[in-house]
Write a protein that binds this ligand. Structure first.
Ligand SMILES: O=C(O)C(=O)C[C@H](O)[C@H](O)COP(=O)(O)O
Length: 207
């Protein structure tokens, strides 16, 4: 995987994962892989996130681990140093973009408006995260912008569920959808990794 477009093709669903305990990262990545989902976006929302990325990168070779919620230039570099194979940002600033380019990693920059998407396309970035998908217009928004901007492809994320994923995946401009539903908080708290595998199996069948 060498660019954002290839990243969009790895799986129909990009699991967006928040871990509070770094020790959960490896079993979660293994549980997702067992269910057929070999990509995992670990969000930099908790203090253990970089440790979690490092563990998955070194201990779960079958998984492609990336860093989500990259909101500062420092985080882009730290994630790359921890072994992240890709980066995802919720939105973009000049400094975050520069740092993401600087890592040399594939990345999905976040856009929520037409102008944001056009600005990223000007920079050669045509594989984007559409965030926050549901509040920003969801499937209807993506259908509408496919007319003027057919070269863009998206990973819509934010408010998508197992039930609504299919309508996004039916769009030609959608490569995959992002979502947290594969790793529910209560399943993580109970260390119910079998449930995560079952949810991953359902999600991989969407592809
Ligand atoms: O952390 C980030 O970088 C984000 O962009 C936010 C996540 O994409 C959403 O939190 C997805 O979560 P759900 O809406 O629960 O599926």
């Amino acid at each position: 995987m060498s660019n954002g477009h290839e990243l969009l093709e790895l799986s129909p669903v990009m699991p967006v994962v928040v871990v509070d305990d770094a020790a959960d990262a490896v079993p979660v990545a293994k549980a997702l892989s067992a269910g057929g989902i070999r990509v995992i976006e670990l969000t930099l929302r908790t203090p253990v996130a970089l440790d979690a990325i490092e563990r998955v990168a070194s201990q779960v070779p079958e998984a492609v681990v990336g860093a989500g919620t990259v909101t500062t230039p420092e985080q882009a570099k730290q994630a790359a140093d921890a072994g992240a194979k890709f980066l995802v940002t919720p939105g973009c600033t000049d400094r975050v973009l520069e740092a993401a380019f600087g890592t040399g990693l594939p990345f999905l920059p976040g856009a929520g408006t037409v102008s944001e998407a056009m600005r990223l396309a000007e920079l050669g970035l045509t594989a984007l995260k559409f965030f926050p998908a549901e509040p920003s217009g969801g499937v209807q928004f993506l259908k509408a912008i496919a007319g003027p901007l057919p070269q863009l492809r998206f990973c819509p994320t934010g408010g998508i569920t197992a039930e609504t994923a299919r309508s996004y995946l039916a769009l030609p401009t959608v490569g995959c959808v992002g979502g947290s539903w594969l790793t529910p908080k209560d399943a993580l708290a109970a260390k119910d990794f079998d449930r995560i595998t079952a949810l991953a199996q359902e999600a991989s069948a969407l592809g």
